[in-house]
Design a binder for this molecule. Structure first.
Ligand code: S3P
Length: 438
């Protein structure tokens, strides 16, 4: 019996990239918008919601807990909040799909509920570390059981009396910070989180937009438990991490000029811009505005030759999701690029250091893999076959590599692109990519 082939792409050189591809909504902001709107008193409208598998899974979970969520049109949601104490026991396992953000933030939010719950996910999520949230939440009084080694599913025992803590996070992770803050909302007393390096602050900003009194500055946040949330409308900016594939493609493909409208430019997300500019990229920002309290701008990207750099370690958390595509930029640059201090990449949707090193090597690139990064020699790419390891960002990064390689790049296992960027292939083709289903 033959095993059905996994969906894949053949990526090959297309034309110079042109136009204004419309980048979908931010994944981090979409998850949080559903969560906070569900917990708020009143009705919230979410505009620009990401119609991805990850964020839809989060919406489905709240629907299972009794929250009415209307979808009047694509990328719009109307959330009828039930209040911080209004969620109902879901009955049955809650499926977070591929989403680490969904599972980790929900673990904090559910630890303080009256009812028991179980959080599970797909094969990739089931291999991702959850002790980083279980430990601080347990210190707050939560009872959470996991599989051996802190792996999902998570079995959360409700009805615990949670209390605030002062948490010094050992890891620079917005998901860990957010889990603790969301638990802190329902805990007695104050909860504070200090991070080893500032991470994205969407939870803090959005809690404040929902009327919660929260003090925060880069790397620090503190709130008092027992506060209620007031419904508000959320305008979700275009996702910088999705825009990144087009930014790098337009930089690399000769003759390209792309405009990406109203992309979210939260400084904790845009480390890639600094790295690419240091490599010689031509990326202009126009029409700066604020989109629901988040900075946005149009990005105008023109082709420019790149040179290798040592990526400054302090930029790593600000570009943590962009290393797959940065590695492709590095492979096409003149000289060597060195990535250090990025061991977190080993526990993302795949081991992204290993996945990129293996994929780039099959395209003829010299890569030295290190425990916390890699050294990538720039040069010409040849065609070859690469395995995305089920990781959306690895798949899209190699679709970009195919625009530069001298032969076809076969990208295997692309189904999870739909977790963060449904419609990527169509949008990329319209901009000029050579990209077809295998
Ligand atoms: C996210 C935080 C980051 C990032 C992920 C989304 C978030 O993860 O990699 O894609 O929405 O808080 P960590 O907090 O684990 O670094």
């Amino acid at each position: 019996m033959s095993v059905p082939a996994r969906p894949g792409w053949i990526a090959s050189r297309g034309t110079a990239l042109r136009g204004e591809p419309a980048i979908p909504g931010d994944k981090s902001v979409s998850h949080r918008a559903i969560m906070l709107a569900a917990l708020a008193d009143g009705v919230s409208h979410v505009d620009g919601f990401l119609e991805g598998a990850d964020t839809r899974a989060t919406a489905e979970i709240f629907a299972r807990m009794g929250v009415r969520i209307d979808a009047p049109s694509a990328s719009r949601r109307i959330v009828h909040g039930v209040g911080v104490d209004g969620l109902r026991a879901p009955g049955g396992t809650l499926d977070c799909g591929n989403a680490g953000t969904g599972m980790r933030l929900l673990s904090g939010l559910l630890a303080a509920q009256k009812f028991d719950s179980v959080l599970a996910g797909d094969g990739s999520l089931s291999r991702r570390p959850m002790n980083r949230v279980i430990e601080p939440l347990s210190r707050m009084g939560a009872r959470i059981a996991s599989e051996e080694g802190g792996l999902p599913p998570l079995r959360i025992r409700g009805g615990q009396r949670m209390h605030g803590i002062d948490f010094e996070s050992p890891v620079a992770s917005a998901q860990v910070k957010s889990a603790v803050l969301l638990a802190g909302l329902s805990a007695r007393g104050e909860t504070s989180v200090r991070e080893p390096h500032p991470t994205r602050d969407y939870t803090e900003r959005m809690l404040s937009a929902f009327g919660v009194d929260i003090e925060h500055s880069p790397g620090y946040a503190r709130l008092r438990g027992g506060q209620r949330l007031r419904a508000t409308d959320v305008a979700v900016p275009a996702d910088f991490s999705s825009a990144a594939f087009f930014i790098v493609a337009a930089t690399l493909v000769p003759g390209s000029a792309l405009r990406l409208r109203a992309v979210g430019l939260n400084p904790r997300r845009t480390g890639l811009l600094a790295a690419l500019r240091a490599m010689g990229a031509d990326i202009a920002e126009q029409a700066h505005a604020s989109h629901g309290g988040e900075p946005v701008a149009d990005l105008v990207v023109r082709h420019a030759p790149l040179r290798g750099i040592e990526v400054p370690v302090e930029l790593v958390p600000d570009m943590i999701d962009e290393f797959p595509i940065l590695a492709v930029a590095a492979a096409c640059a003149r000289g060597t690029t060195v990535i250090r201090g990025a061991a977190e990449l080993r526990v993302k949707e795949s081991d992204r250091i290993a996945a990129m090193a293996a994929g780039l090597r099959s395209l003829g690139v010299h890569v030295e893999e290190r425990a916390d990064g890699a050294l990538i020699e720039g040069g010409a790419l040849r065609g070859g076959a690469v395995d995305s390891r089920g990781d959306h960002r690895i798949a899209m990064a190699f679709a970009v590599a195919g625009q530069l390689a001298r032969g076809d790049v076969l990208v295997d296992d692309i189904a999870n692109v739909a977790t963060s960027f449904p419609g990527f292939a169509e949008l990329a083709r319209r901009a000029g990519f050579g990209l077809r289903a295998r």
